[in-house]
Design a protein around this ligand. Structure first.
Ligand code: ADP
Ligand code: MG
Length: 224
């Protein structure tokens, strides 16, 4: 399991010219390790995750997910790759209001063409792993912000991804709950062997990361 980005350049249209969001970025994340990417707002962090998630095709460079080169893949192939190998946790949990915590996870199995009912034990195990074992029957409005983010994290792991991409998971949480969520992500990374990239503008609690890199104006540099 690993994630590799090599020479990734991404530009967006910007009036008559183009804005360079990522400038020849390289990143190599082995399975079972957590790389944190820090940088100010607008520096290119979310763009980096979108490219790693194969949601945006870069202008140049390659993205390799668990040994699979993504260049030249069709839209359908990329969708399947994302479903099987990539878990994403974005800033807002985007949980479905009418579903219980367990059902939010079971939907992922259903989207992957498997039986939602048969996925129930795995959903339970994952909710246990994120400390929500007793709240599996609750709907989003019956959960706190931190609990919703934990459901979001468990859901991202439902299809046993090789790569876990996490964007600003603590932005809606207070300091203590933010620290707990980062510790949870680090523990799950080790237990499940995912190649994890965590993007944040918040430099507190980065002790949980194996490596920390900084993005500034689309360029990546090592901090530690
Ligand atoms: P961050 O996540 O670090 O705040 P982003 O990756 O969202 O940074 O954005 C990097 C730069 O690219 C910013 O200047 C932003 O305005 C620009 N940008 C992001 N998305 C788009 C888009 N879809 N179209 C045009 N410009 C964009
Ligand atoms: Mg962002």
């Amino acid at each position: 399991m690993s994630l590799n980005l090599t020479g990734v350049t991404l530009t967006y249209p910007d009036g008559d010219s183009r804005l360079t969001a990522l400038d020849r970025v390289g990143l190599d994340v082995p399975g079972g390790t957590l790389t944190a990417v820090v940088g100010p707002s607008g520096s290119g962090k979310s763009s980096l995750l979108a490219v790693a998630a194969t949601l945006i095709t870069p202008d140049a460079g390659t993205v390799t997910v668990d040994g699979v080169a993504t260049a030249g893949m069709s839209r359908g192939e990329l969708t399947a790759l994302r479903r099987h190998r990539i878990g994403t946790v974005f800033q807002q949990p985007h949980l479905l209001p009418s579903l219980t915590a367990a059902e939010q996870l079971q939907v992922m199995a259903h989207l992957d063409g498997r039986s939602a009912r048969k996925a129930a034990p795995r959903a339970r195990d994952l909710l246990d792993a994120v400390g929500l074992g007793g709240l599996a029957h609750r709907r989003p409005h019956q959960l706190s912000g931190g609990q919703r983010q934990r459901v979001n994290i468990a859901r991202a792991l439902m299809n046993d991804p090789k790569v876990l991409l996490v964007d600003e998971p603590t932005s809606a949480l207070d300091h203590e709950r933010g620290a707990a969520v980062l510790e949870l992500i680090a523990r799950l990374t080790r237990e499940r062997g995912t190649a994890t990239v965590l993007v944040t503008h918040d430099r507190t609690h980065l002790g949980v990361a194996d490596r920390v890199t900084e993005v500034l104006d689309g360029r990546l540099g090592a901090l530690r």
